[in-house]
Design a protein around this ligand. Structure first.
Ligand SMILES: Cc1ncc(COP(=O)(O)O)c(C=O)c1O
Length: 367
């Protein structure tokens, strides 16, 4: 009997088995056409229909109204760090950004190329272990930018701030994990390779009235207005990643949609945080009130494990968990220790297996 493997990678990460099986089958024969999806024109009817269906499932699952356009782009969330301000921040205007992690800082760095950026809050001095929520927005700011979930540090905005104008959010690592009120946002973007698909496609959800207001000349491919009327077919879109998204969204619908997923995510992360809080060996690194339901970083308790022993014991724990089929648990180098990414497609059984391995390891080490 082969052992079940649970993949706790932060991204690209675990996808629903059913979705990957369907995507694999489509490589050989897409929708009964006899042609594989990798070999099919993006302008063919079956692909056009599939892209339109993906958009419509997203609208249904997230409650996105007709006031918003949806585009599927290349370049990752990192390209959005510059594409967003290029499209909506005028040179003489200013925008507010919250600095809650390395990805937020990268968004800030790019936005500064296009207008004035006011960093209204930052937890950098505390290695981004919390979300600073007590801040003042700048008068007249074009928008307020947030990173909804900080993948590396395991912090998440539980309630989004009320923006004076509108919010712009990088939702790369928690999109579709919980219900959100899209109407608070002017723009939402997300790389797909965590909760939606494989790497290669980036989603942008753009309120119709925010575009066309900057004076600069925007290169054609970097202008949202190029892609919107063409339904993401101005040039060849990443067809296969969009199909993986299509199958993932279909799985999500079959499993009760975002609401059911949110309940499951609360349950999964709750079990893991309880295990950490009840442990003598492990401690969490993120402020409790900001703990992410998607990424759970934890380290050894420094009162129990001496600094000089920590590296060795860390290797032991990773080997111990690997033996049990629990993969990709090494923490990000800036936080250290371990990180369990438990996106939508991580089954409850995976989290239970991790908790039981943590318990067994603790008994082995502490007796
Ligand atoms: C919150 C967040 N934003 C942006 C990125 C960068 O995404 P990409 O690699 O698609 O550019 C990541 C990647 O992990 C992320 O976690």
């Amino acid at each position: 009997m082969t052992q079940t493997v649970y993949n706790f990678s932060a991204g690209p990460s675990v996808l629903p088995k059913k979705a990957t099986q369907e995507a694999a089958a489509a490589i050989m024969d897409f929708a009964g056409t006899g042609i594989g999806i990798l070999e099919m024109s993006h302008r063919s009817k079956p692909i056009e229909n599939m892209v339109a269906e993906t958009e419509s499932m997203l609208r249904e699952l997230m409650g996105i109204s007709d006031n918003y356009d949806i585009v599927f782009l290349g370049g990752g969330a990192s390209l959005q760090f510059c594409m967003v301000p290029m499209n909506i921040l005028d040179e003489k205007a200013h925008a507010d950004y919250t600095d809650t992690g390395v990805w937020a800082a990268k968004a800030i760095k790019e936005a500064k190329r296009f207008g004035t950026v006011n960093v209204v809050s930052s937890s950098k001095a505390d290695v981004y272990n919390h979300i600073p929520k007590d801040f003042k927005q700048t008068e007249g700011a074009a928008y307020l930018h947030v990173t909804s979930n900080n993948t590396i540090y395991g912090t998440q905005w539980k309630n989004f701030p009320e923006a004076a104008t509108y919010l712009v959010a990088d939702m790369s690592s928690d999109i579709l994990s919980r219900k959100i009120d899209v109407s608070k946002f002017g723009l939402i973007y997300a790389g797909a390779q965590k909760n939606m698909s494989c790497a290669g496609v980036t989603l942008a959800i753009i309120r119709k009235d925010i575009l066309g207001k900057v004076e600069r000349s925007i290169p054609t491919m970097l202008d949202y207005a190029t892609h919107i009327p063409e339904h993401s077919m101005f040039n060849t879109p990443p067809v296969f990643p969009i199909y993986v998204m299509n199958r993932t969204l279909s799985w999500l619908k079959e499993n009760g949609g975002v609401e059911a997923m949110e309940a499951l995510n609360n349950k999964k992360s709750g079990i893991l945080y309880d295990a950490i809080d009840n442990s003598k060996l492990f401690v969490g690194t993120a402020a409790k009130e900001d703990r992410s339901t998607m990424n759970v970083p934890f380290i050894f308790n420094k009162d129990v494990v001496a600094q000089e022993k920590a590296d060795e014991l860390q290797k032991e724990f990773l080997a111990f968990t690997k033996e049990r089929g629990l993969e990709q648990l090494k923490g990000h180098r800036s936080v250290g220790g371990f990180r369990a990414s438990i996106y939508n497609a991580m089954p409850l059984a995976g989290v239970e297996a991790l908790v039981s391995a943590m318990d067994a390891f603790e008994k082995k080490v502490l007796g």
